[in-house]
Write a protein that binds this ligand. Structure first.
Ligand code: AKG
Length: 246
């Protein structure tokens, strides 16, 4: 049962850590399946448009997209009963999974996993109605590029976004107001199996992985169908929603 104090925290701060969504057995099974996917992505013969490699070249995978379609075990994380309970409480009782927003695994390979610049997902998607969930397969801390956020900053809505090399549209460190906000950032420390819900107006960032440990995490997105905007930014497909199981 989601507690009112958690709902209030999410509304005020724009994020919420939920402990132990995955247990060790499930994490082990998911890691084995992810390793198969990474193996496929590393080979140019089997790589698809949904496998993105690190800029540095070599064999390191940055991101696997469309993960729900790759294996039912990945889909079952997005639609897990505990996750669904939190999604209904935080996003709305009718909320479903947006299968063409996020629906990915960020790999952050040891020493080469890249930085993800400051941004608000809503600026890229042209909406303020989506809530995302990251679920970690490894402990996440600043040295392996954990999520960093600015608590409460989602309440200011969407900012004028600047072009960013690593996300499309991002926050501008040149803008004094945005730079002052970024100085209030905090790292969100998570254990393997934990999840973090965050609002799409919440500015977030993650450092490059400077450690010898990878930081793999699923990211899924949720929205109430009635909140879908009638138009999308140019080049972006309309939101596709899969209902959550009752
Ligand atoms: O995986 C990360 O470190 C951040 C991902 C991110 O920026 C996002 O999900 O929008």
């Amino acid at each position: 049962m989601v507690r009112q104090v958690e709902i209030d925290f999410f509304r005020n701060e724009g994020y919420l850590v939920v402990g132990s969504i995955l247990d060790d057995v499930r994490i082990g099974m998911l890691k084995a399946l992810i390793d198969e996917q990474l193996e496929r992505a590393r080979s140019p013969e089997t790589r698809t448009q949904w496998d993105l490699m690190e800029e540095a070249g070599g064999q390191a995978v940055f991101r696997l997209s469309r993960v729900m379609e790759r294996h039912e075990a990945f889909q079952s994380v997005a639609t897990d009963p505990l996750v669904a309970e939190y999604v209904r409480a935080l996003v709305g009782p009718e909320a479903g999974v947006c299968v063409n927003r996020h629906n990915m695994m960020v790999v952050k390979a040891p020493y080469v996993g890249r930085q993800i610049d400051w941004h608000q997902d809503g600026a890229n998607w042209g909406t303020a109605a989506i809530v995302s969930l990251m679920v970690f397969l490894e402990d996440a801390a600043p040295e392996n590029g954990c999520l960093e956020i600015i608590p409460g900053a989602h309440r200011r809505g969407l900012w004028q976004a600047a072009a960013s090399e690593r996300v499309g549209l991002g926050l501008s460190v040149e803008d004094p107001e945005q730079a002052a906000l970024i100085r209030q950032a905090v790292p969100v420390l998570c254990r393997a199996g934990d999840g973090v819900f965050f609002h799409c107006c919440l500015p977030h960032f993650s450092e490059a992985n400077r450690s010898g440990r990878s930081r793999r995490s699923f990211t899924f997105a949720y929205i109430v169908p009635l909140d879908v905007q009638p138009t999308c930014p140019t080049g972006m497909a309309p939101v596709e929603i899969v209902p959550l199981p009752q």
